[in-house]
Design a protein around this ligand. Structure first.
Ligand code: PLP
Length: 462
């Protein structure tokens, strides 16, 4: 019997596997969430610069999606139907064609694998191998594609790879854009491997990439680099797969992250914010001529989550014109300017601003600093995570729908957190800088500080 003596986090520590991670990074029990805010058992409010690792681009409990979902449930709409035809799926498909595919002149067939990102990646790899008859995939340094064996095999991080417990094969890793610094053209490097029959690198079934590597440290590929990779694929009959699971669904400004680069991937993976409501849903877009699956050749019990179709259909209303893209770009610029100022104000953190759209990061060259900043932010009421090989990047990912006030409040808490951590590096200088930085950006805001002492053990990855 619960005698009421337990601390709220005890049950998680006692019963949940050691594999748990985000509840260690953000050690509190959350009870409600709305828009860009969450609240916990103690009545403390948090600003969300984390967005469910990219699954909540439209904020928590988006009112239009919630209303539609409640109505659907009240009318006994189908909740589970494997991949049977349902009204909810039909409406989603029609809306996706009208709002996303047709305006972009994109012709793709749509596959619904199991509802997580890694399901979409596994399906894409399987299909690429089936279509080409080749077994190798080219992936990139710092890539992250998921935790099941196929997705893990094309993920760079050695700590995550070791978890597989078996050799991860049939992949060649190549340097991502900028991996060797700005002076080295990594496309030329890749071409040398592919065109030399003694390089040991076979022509792959596909090249898979993220246009902005989210988990790998917010590395944004140059548009020209993406175009040249596409040409490498076209010239050698290699399929191009874009994993848009994190960078897609508007995160970088456009619905697909690759739109400004004007490339046409053969296969596109989507998940995370596709449902718009945090409900699991994944999708693989396949050029029609590549859709050579036999019926049921790749299946799963939870293909096509009907509740997610309902909210996803509503979410697509954001994309009926360009105004949402404009709104995201404006906020992204505000964020970028603010971060540039911050790293100038705090040279001791050795920061570098990275990313595109509302997927930005501050890479800190000082070991352990990004994690300390994330912890300091949590104590002050801001949820923000880290990414990168050594968790060296503070990763900013607010909901795309965050308003100006929320964005500025969150940035201010981040500045205070950097100030606090920087204080330990150079106390007096940092104090003065925090004050100057606050005056410069936010004369109108005043946030209460809440200092805590929880030790944060960072989980790595999603
Ligand atoms: C680019 C990318 N691909 C795949 C995945 C895996 O998605 P899931 O965690 O839903 O399996 C993620 C998760 O962060 C991701 O960022």
């Amino acid at each position: 019997m619960n005698m009421g003596l337990n601390e709220p986090m005890d049950v998680f520590r006692d019963l949940e596997s050691e594999v748990r991670s985000y509840c260690r990074a953000f050690p509190t029990v959350f009870t409600w969430a709305r828009g860009y805010k969450l609240g916990d058992l103690q009545g403390k409010e948090y600003i969300d610069f984390f967005s469910g690792a990219g699954a909540l681009n439209y904020g928590h409990n988006n009112p239009a999606m919630k209303a539609r979902l409640l109505n659907y449930i009240a009318e006994d709409g189908i909740t589970h139907g494997l991949d049977m035809a349902t009204a909810a799926k039909s409406e989603f498909l029609e809306q996706f064609r009208a709002v996303i595919l047709e305006p972009r002149k994109m012709k793709y067939k749509i596959m619904f694998p199991g509802p997580t990102g890694t399901n979409a990646v596994e399906s894409a790899l399987k299909l690429a191998r089936k279509v080409t008859g080749r077994d190798t995939i080219i992936s990139f340094t710092n890539a992250f594609h998921g935790m099941t064996l196929g997705s893990l095999s094309i993920t760079g991080n050695s700590w995550k790879r070791e978890g597989a417990g078996i050799p991860l094969q049939n992949v060649s890793f190549m340097p991502f854009d900028g991996y060797f610094g700005t002076d080295v053209d990594t496309v030329e490097y890749i071409v040398n491997f592919l065109d030399n029959s003694s390089s040991g690198v076979p022509i792959p079934a596909a090249i898979i990439l993220e246009t902005v590597q989210g988990e790998g440290g917010i590395n944004a590929a140059n548009f020209e680099w993406l175009q040249r990779i596409e040409k490498v694929c076209r010239d050698r009959d290699i399929l191009l797969i874009v994993d848009d699971i994190q960078a897609g669904c508007g995160r970088t400004g456009t619905f697909f992250s690759f739109e400004p680069a004007r490339i046409k991937p053969d296969i596109i993976c989507l998940s995370k914010s596709l449902s718009g409501y945090g409900l699991p849903l994944a999708m693989v877009l396949i050029k029609p001529e590549l859709d050579i699956w036999s019926a049921g050749e790749h299946n799963g019990t939870f293909r096509g989550n009907n509740l997610a179709f309902v909210t996803a259909t509503e979410a697509l209303n954001y994309w009926k014109d360009d105004s949402f893209t404009q709104e995201i770009n404006d906020k992204a610029e505000t964020m970028n300017l603010y971060l540039q100022d911050l790293i100038e104000s705090y040279p001791e953190i050795q920061g570098e601003v990275r990313g595109r759209g509302l997927l930005q990061g501050v890479a800190c060259q000082v070991e352990g600093l990004a994690e300390e900043i994330s912890q300091a932010a949590f104590e002050r009421g801001l949820l923000i995570e880290t990414s990168g090989a050594e968790n060296e990047v503070v990763k900013l990912m607010p909901p795309l729908v965050i308003d100006e006030i929320g964005l500025q409040k969150g940035l201010k808490v981040l500045a205070e957190s950097i100030g606090h951590v920087g204080n330990k590096l150079a106390p007096e200088v940092a104090r003065q800088k925090t004050e100057t930085s606050e005056k410069k950006h936010f004369p109108a805001f005043c946030c209460g500080f809440q200092f805590g002492s929880g030790v944060v053990i960072r989980g790595r990855g999603v």
